[in-house]
Design a binder for this molecule. Sequence first.
Ligand SMILES: [Zn+2]
Length: 84
Amino acid sequence: MGKSMRNKKRKKINMGRFLPESVECNNCHEMLTDIEAMDPKPFPGIDGIGCARCPVCRDYTWAFVGEAEAVLMAKEALMETYME
Ligand SMILES: [Zn+2]
């Protein structure tokens, strides 16, 4: 039982290990340090995806780490999902 809990924790760390410590808000250029790691598995070539909500303008800023082409594709897919 304790083992499965440890595994869960490690997985979470792995998901965010490629992400930067901070991203700049797309909208107002505030530095955002509270980046939530998301599962990059659905996107081949992507090492990490993060989402941060700006406390100033409340806009969402995404951070992608991976191959340039894969980043573009993942961005498009996520924008479509979140614009609906
Ligand atoms: Zn902002």
